[in-house]
Design a protein around this ligand. Structure first.
Ligand code: ADP
Ligand code: MG
Length: 444
């Protein structure tokens, strides 16, 4: 269904159409109409599903309807968006300005890492929309620089990540400072008990929007797995992919900031346009790095999870998990950096024996199996045994190491269904540097 068929304000609609969108994504289709009616919305949808427009368009429509008659006050926004990181807040800000460009709005960013004085200057004028990270917003609130009593729409974007980052109390405090009559729109990738409790406290009889919890509606992303013996093996694999012609822009994820720096340096030393992105960098450095990635001056970005949250760079061809994330949700967020808005993308994960547990959880969560690939010349020393061992099967695709003979990953071989062991994965070799998978019979 197209944006033109719902009741967006004409000035909002024209900005949307100008940006090239015509059809709504599923989460937009489900969330925008009730939000336009003023209902609270609790939406779960994964990264890359178009949540930003889902909450901005109805909110902007509300502003557009009466901008001329409602008196705006200094430091008293009518719409407040809370986002977990500065990068994400910046993206929402950019989107709000884009969709709101035909309205005369003052949209202000209140995030850490920017000079206070500048922010105070921006807030001293009548303001319509504030996009903020919780910490800095609380600072201003505590100093009495910000009045949230006029907030008509409170939006929590990536609420689960805000909880993960320890912002629960801040979020509650902000919500308490907003008007009781406000509308609240809460967007999250995951809904656990903690989130349900927060939602119960903040939302009033919300419409529940749920975009199914699998990768199916996310863009098409091919997921590959490379077994790695040790750190050095991972490094060699990374250098291989860095040199692959088919790898355009890539984001490489590491577990620690230190590794992000070291690997970025490694790649740089090997002659690649590489850079690091992590939480120890100040906002200016982070923005510059992201701009360099956008403009192509950086081709390989080595990042940690928090820093990479919400990065929306359109032409990322590959996401490489140098380290697997502990949380399956993070995996989904990571690989969502590629294949944005329908484009195809490839996610490559390196995994060692210690990652078995994480891998199992990721595959269970995504309901997808990563296909095992090898790079010729960089095969793991202990490849997965694909030899049938004639053991009767347990439940299909069981990963438990139940004491029966199992492969190097503790997976029981399952010969009876005619598929190779190792969880029925196809075993695919990458031919040469072109990095094209060539199907091959299960090797010995
Ligand atoms: P999320 O917040 O769910 O991760 P975003 O709002 O960042 O997703 O949107 C992901 C990408 O999809 C962005 O590049 C955005 O511009 C694009 N997009 C959003 N809505 C549409 C649409 N209706 N049609 C085409 N592209 C869209
Ligand atoms: Mg988003």
């Amino acid at each position: 269904m197209s944006f033109a068929e719902i009741n967006l304000h004409p000035l909002v609609l024209s900005a949307v159409l100008e940006s090239g969108y015509t059809e709504m994504t599923p989460v937009q289709l489900a969330a925008i109409p009730p939000a336009l009616q003023g209902r609270d919305v609790l939406a779960t949808a994964q990264t890359g599903t178009g949540k930003t427009a889902a909450f901005l368009l109805p909110s902007l429509t509300r502003l557009a309807a009466d901008t001329a008659i409602v008196r705006r006050d200094a430091a008293a926004p009518r719409i407040l968006v809370l986002a977990p990181t500065r990068e994400l807040a910046r993206q929402v800000l950019t989107a709000a300005r884009k969709y709101g460009k035909n309205l005369r709005l003052n949209t202000v960013e209140v995030v850490g890492g920017l000079p206070y004085r500048e922010q105070l200057r921006m807030l001293a004028k009548p303001v319509d929309i504030v996009v903020a990270t919780p910490g800095r917003l609380i600072d201003h609130l505590d100093r009495g620089r910000l009045d949230l009593s006029k907030v008509e729409v409170l939006i929590l974007d990536e609420a689960d990540r805000m909880l993960d980052m320890g912002f629960l109390e801040d979020v509650e405090k902000v919500a308490a400072a907003c008007s009781k009559q406000r509308q609240t729109l809460l967007f999250t990738a995951t809904l656990d008990r903690r989130m349900a409790k927060l939602a119960e406290g903040l939302l009033n009889n919300p419409v529940r929007v749920e975009v199914a919890h699998t990768m199916e509606n996310a863009a098409k992303i091919e997921q590959r797995l490379h077994h790695a013996d040790d750190l050095e093996h991972k490094r060699k694999l990374l250098r291989h992919f860095a040199a692959c012609e088919t790898v355009g822009k890539a984001i490489v994820f590491t577990a620690t900031k230190r590794d992000a720096d070291t690997l970025a340096q490694d790649l740089y030393d090997a002659g690649h346009a590489a850079g690091a992105l992590h939480g120890d960098m100040n906002q200016g450095q982070r923005n510059r790095t992201l701009d360099q990635l956008r403009t192509g001056r950086i081709r390989l970005l080595v990042a940690t999870d928090v820093a990479a949250r919400g990065i929306d760079v359109k032409d990322i061809t590959h996401v490489i998990n140098f380290d697997l994330p502990r949380q399956p949700e993070d995996y989904v967020h990571r690989i969502g950096r590629t294949g944005r808005a329908g484009a195809e993308g490839i996610a490559i994960s390196f995994a060692g024996r210690v990652d078995r547990e994480a891998l199992v959880r990721i595959e269970r969560y995504t309901k997808a199996t990563m296909e095992v690939h090898v790079v010729p010349g960089l095969e793991p020393r202990r490849p997965i045994s694909t030899a049938p061992v004639g053991r009767p099967s347990g439940p299909s695709r069981s990963f438990r190491n139940d004491g029966a003979r199992s492969d190097a990953w503790g997976r029981s071989a399952r010969p009876q269904d005619g598929r190779p062991a190792g969880g029925g994965r196809d075993y695919v070799a990458n031919k040469g540097a072109t990095h094209k998978p060539t199907p091959r019979a299960g090797s010995k």
